[in-house]
Design a protein around this ligand. Structure first.
Ligand SMILES: Cc1cc2nc3c(=O)[nH]c(=O)nc-3n(C[C@H](O)[C@H](O)[C@H](O)COP(=O)(O)O)c2cc1C
Length: 200
């Protein structure tokens, strides 16, 4: 079986982040042949087009190299003011350049999220799906992993205790493995396929 290396990206820098915690939960239930590396976004500066291109900051270069090396991405997004966090959007903005040559193009991805509110990041996840569409990424459609009322569903050590949510994460990882393997074999069969969209 072809192995799949996944880059896990949490949109929260908080030490006790529920979203970082669900990436750790995922790493303990990976399907066979999948590895997960959890990336810490805290070193990334705010996006500035003046610093993009040939002289990107070293922390950005390292982040983009990890995105490039990954077969797939696993996002754990908080919901801030009905959308993704600035931290996550900023990281995606860096990774999305240069237009037409970004390491996000044709990358497979899966999305999950945890919030303290009642809707489990559903609004942030819809925005994140749109951002992925713009970047020509392929996102697993289902299952949706929406972890609401986080205070009730994690224990004092930050372990996700809700069995339904744990099962959905397990299923999401299997779906990500399937989509990624399918895309990898299609790329091997038709390596020259290019996106038709014009990007600015
Ligand atoms: C600036 C800010 C905006 C927030 N907006 C929302 C929101 O729109 N919807 C929601 O469910 N929770 C919202 N929350 C609460 C977050 O769900 C909560 O802080 C959560 O713990 C963040 O994820 P983390 O634990 O991974 O840091 C917001 C929190 C902050 C700090």
């Amino acid at each position: 079986m072809n192995s799949i290396h996944v880059l896990g990206i949490s949109g929260s820098l908080r030490k006790s982040s529920y979203n970082t915690a669900i990436l750790h939960a995922a790493s303990a239930m990976l399907p066979e042949g999948m590895s997960l590396e959890i990336y810490d976004l805290s070193a990334l500066p705010l996006y500035n087009a003046d610093n993009d291109g040939d002289n990107i900051p070293e922390s950005v270069r390292q982040f983009k190299a990890r995105v490039t090396a990954a077969d797939a991405l696993l996002f754990a997004t908080p919901e801030y003011n009905y959308s993704v966090s600035g931290v996550l959007k900023n990281a995606i903005d860096w990774a999305s350049r240069p237009a037409g040559k970004s390491p996000l193009i044709k990358k497979t991805a899966a999305i999950m999220g945890a919030s303290t509110g009642n809707f489990g990041t559903v609004r942030a996840q819809m925005h994140l799906r749109d951002i992925c569409v713009y970047n020509n990424m392929l996102v697993v459609p289902q299952p949706e992993v929406l972890i609401m009322k986080a205070k009730e569903n994690f224990d004092a050590h930050g372990k996700l205790t809700n069995e339904l949510s744990r099962d959905l994460i397990r299923k999401l990882l299997v779906a990500l493995a399937e989509l990624t393997r399918r895309m990898k074999s299609e790329r091997e069969l038709a390596p020259t396929t290019e996106a038709a969209a014009v990007r600015v």
